[in-house]
Design a protein around this ligand. Structure first.
Ligand SMILES: NC(=O)c1ccc[n+]([C@@H]2O[C@H](COP(=O)([O-])OP(=O)(O)OC[C@H]3O[C@@H](n4cnc5c(N)ncnc54)[C@H](O)[C@@H]3O)[C@@H](O)[C@H]2O)c1
Length: 246
């Protein structure tokens, strides 16, 4: 049986690229996203390329939906080898004192709570298997901070620390937990918001002279599922063209 990878946010730019990469490597990929149309598009592309994929709806901030999703995946496949928590994002850019608590919490929930809920439901399955790889998603802003993104940077910093703690808890069961921290990455969502001028300005601050592609990130997520990365846990991997060197 091929390995089973559950990817939250698999309908998005980075999550979609990770889904394609893992499916091309022979994994069965479950694309879980609250944008069902986007998940279905990625599923269709993978199927057309000869890969195995399912598209399932979930809002990772909702406890009941996450529980139902994981039960569904476990009953379809009997195992979960890889959990990639890629759903998330920064919904607001504004000064801290302008945030309502509801807005602040929305960003924390989409990133940190969603990651926690998915890990909590999947970990017992991996513990029974005595194996598994969990890949969480931060951002360079989780290390540097970012003006106008206080909840997002706090959530991403939280994910980095959560990953380290969880890596310690799950190491005795042979489960590896790591964080991938994208830098500026050209996903459709980012590109549609950004003018060519802003994009050029951004490029000039990146030592490698270019923004990341979703495929750059997909390579890192995939590497962290392979036997070659079997001694790595609790770490944060920055894929950012050198814009931050923590
Ligand atoms: N693109 C970048 O420049 C960049 C930089 C740093 C970090 N990141 C992080 O990488 C991850 C992916 O970003 P992306 O650029 O591919 O964004 P994206 O918007 O293209 O993809 C995110 C996907 O997650 C889904 N999603 C969001 N909230 C969800 C929820 N509550 N439940 C289920 N699905 C949900 C969306 O529908 C979308 O398909 C995010 O965690 C983001 O914070 C991105």
């Amino acid at each position: 049986m091929s390995q089973v990878a559950l990817i939250s946010g698999g309908g998005g730019g980075i999550g979609g690229a990770a889904a394609h990469k893992m499916a091309a490597a022979g994994m069965t990929v479950v694309i879980a996203d609250f944008d069902h149309a986007a998940a279905e598009t990625v599923r269709g592309e993978i199927a057309s390329a000869g890969g195995k994929a399912d598209a399932l709806s979930v809002d990772v901030t909702q406890t009941r939906e996450v529980k139902a999703l994981v039960i569904d995946v476990a009953s379809r496949y009997g195992r979960i080898d890889v959990l990639a928590n890629i759903a998330g994002g920064s919904m607001y850019t504004k000064r801290m004192e302008e945030f309502t608590w509801a807005e602040w919490k929305q960003v924390i929930d989409a990133n940190l709570k969603g990651t926690f809920l998915m890990c909590r439901e999947v970990a017992p399955i991996m513990q029974k298997q005595k194996s598994g790889r969990i890949l969480n998603t931060a951002s360079n802003y989780g290390v540097t901070g970012s003006a106008l993104r206080t909840p997002y940077s706090a959530a991403k910093a939280g994910i980095i620390a959560f990953t380290k703690s969880l890596a310690l808890e799950l190491a005795p069961d042979g489960i590896l937990v790591n964080t991938v921290a994208p830098g500026p990455t050209d996903t459709p969502r980012v590109l549609e918001k950004e003018s060519a001028e802003a994009r050029n300005r951004r490029w000039s601050s990146i030592p490698l002279g270019r923004t990341g592609k979703p495929e750059d990130l997909a390579e890192m997520y995939y590497f962290l599922t392979t036997p070659e990365s079997a001694a790595i846990t609790g770490q944060t991997f920055h894929v950012n063209g050198g814009v931050v060197m923590p």
